[in-house]
Design a protein around this ligand. Structure first.
Ligand code: SF4
Length: 512
């Protein structure tokens, strides 16, 4: 055998050894239909044709590789943005193991969330006992300041009522009567992780705000939405507010809990919006939402309480950031300081330096609705052409708004927005109407491998590259990070296709 204690091979090398190659070949022949490579390649080629694309887009009852996750993932994201809050998911344990690992793979940090561990008996008789025991255990073992409860599909299918379950748990002494337990029903058979974020954010605000009368204090609230760059973005937004002298409350600030320092001890809770600030946020003059598609219910709730609301769609780039800063300035009455104007000028300068390499390049983008909208706007600002823009969790309303944005620019001419489509649809689009680059999350690497479109990793999750989440993508500084990511890939591709001296590399260029 190739593997021994003296010579330990990791799986990259191990399965290339002759006995494994033979074993896998035999498996293919004996158990997997045993089709010849020629036949497999023939069918694979056919799936890249326009004929197949039409069949693919006619598909109704099947989703293949959707670019979205489920509601409780977003609920956990929102809950972790509050001080010493333990996300508690009522339902199956396996779902929560997936949520924890999904976040930990993206942020490279442990993510604390518990489950009421419902099994077969709870599925038949209801999960009340799981809730009573689960809340008691969570309260005494992990000593949170707040427990935020959401649900998995299992609890939703049998119709467990969180409000009454939490009340009963308190009556039975699981947790003190006055202990904060906001909740949100998060059925995963509708919506996506962004819907779950919205439901939980609304649930938390409702929990604190329904107990009091509003007395306006002139402050501004900020809600970031589900965002894979939250560590970098929240700190950047805080910096911008500080530079402008704006008195603002960031609702759901999870930048610290996903960036805890290594100091010899596990830090379960770190940072987050204080519960006092969450309650006092009712009195703010206005709330800014950074991702309009994905915070609709929270926005409507905030509006119903008498606050002004302003929404953006992931503002990236010069125009997007200008718009954001002008709104902050208008709401707060604070001037945009010279320091930020200088940052703007530096971004414009960087764009001018690199514009020749980006202008006219064609892009496909997929991801969450607001994020792809922001990225598409930035690309058009750079003179690039976003040909396919896809959001699996994009509604009809998103599709119409996205299409209008594309149609309004000469760089969006002939480009198309695709709401509700998945990455198998994207594969057909890339194969039949090729573009120069694909922008999306880690799962795009399989599209890159399959159709050969170079992938620029922007989105959630990014599991196969490290630390991207530490760098903001909002504001002038964040836009510069996005620009660099795009340019790095353009130059990598240029280098890899011009690397044969005298054949593809005539000028022996060191610079681009
Ligand atoms: S879709 Fe439902 S069953 Fe699957 S992980 Fe999400 S909550 Fe669990």
């Amino acid at each position: 055998m190739s593997q021994s204690t003296e010579k330990v091979l990791d799986h990259f090398d191990l399965f290339r050894q002759p006995q494994y190659v033979e074993m896998l070949d035999n498996k293919k022949t004996c158990f997997e239909g045993g089709k010849s490579d020629e036949e497999v390649f023939k069918i694979a080629d056919w799936t890249r044709t326009m004929e197949y694309r039409e069949k693919n887009f006619a598909r109704e009852a099947l989703v293949v590789n959707p670019a979205k996750a489920c509601q409780p993932l977003g609920a956990i994201f929102a809950a972790l943005g509050f001080e010493k809050t333990l996300p508690f998911v009522h339902g199956s344990q396996g779902c929560v193991a997936y949520f924890r690992s999904h976040f930990s793979r993206h942020f490279k940090e442990p993510t604390s969330a518990v489950s009421s561990s419902m099994t077969e008996d709870a599925a038949v008789f209801g999960g009340l006992n799981n809730m009573i025991d689960g809340l008691a255990n969570s309260y005494s073992l992990y000593q949170p300041k707040m427990i935020a409860v959401s649900t998995t599909c299992m609890a939703e299918v049998i119709g467990d009522d969180l409000d009454s379950f939490i009340r009963t748990s308190k009556q039975k002494g699981s947790i003190p009567e006055e202990f904060d337990v906001p909740f949100a029903h998060t059925p995963s058979f509708v919506g996506s992780h962004v819907t779950g974020y919205d439901n939980m954010m609304k649930g938390i605000l409702t929990h604190f705000w329904e107990k009091q009368e509003r007395k306006e204090n002139g402050k501004i609230n900020f809600v970031g939405g589900f965002d894979g760059y939250t560590v970098g973005n929240m700190r950047e937004i805080r910096r911008i507010f500080d530079v402008m002298g704006v008195d603002a409350t960031i609702l759901g600030d999870n930048s610290d809990v996903w960036d805890t320092p290594t100091a010899g001890e596990f830090t379960m809770y770190d940072g987050g919006t204080t519960l006092e600030d969450a309650a006092a946020a009712l009195n703010a003059k206005a709330t800014i939402f950074m991702q309009d598609f994905g915070t609709e219910k929270t926005r409507d709730y905030v509006k119903s309480k008498g606050q002004e609301t302003v929404s953006f769609n992931h503002p990236v780039g010069v125009a997007g950031t200008d718009e954001f800063l002008m709104a902050v300035s208008k709401l707060s009455g604070k001037e945009i300081p010279a320091a930020l104007e200088k940052e703007r000028g530096r971004l414009v300068d960087a764009i001018a330096d690199s514009q020749a390499h980006i202008h006219g390049k064609k892009f496909a983008i997929y991801g969450d609705p607001s994020m792809v909208m922001g990225l598409a706007s930035f690309l058009m600002e750079l003179g690039a052409e976003p040909v396919h823009v896809l959001a699996t969790n994009g509604s009809k309303e998103w599709q119409a708004q996205m299409q209008a944005l594309l149609d309004a620019s000469p760089f969006g001419k002939g480009c198309k927005a695709w709401g509700g489509k998945d990455l198998w649809h994207m594969r057909s689009l890339l194969a039949t109407e090729p573009v120069d680059f694909l922008i999306g999350n880690t799962y795009g690497k399989f599209l890159e491998r399959d159709v050969g479109t170079p992938l620029i990793r922007i989105g959630f999750p990014i599991m196969d590259r490290h630390h991207h989440h530490r760098y903001p993508v909002w504001g002038y500084q964040g836009s510069l990070n996005v620009l660099v990511k795009i340019l790095d890939k353009i130059f990598d591709v240029m280098d890899s296709t011009t690397n044969i001296p005298g054949k593809t590399d005539y000028s022996y260029d060191i610079i681009r």
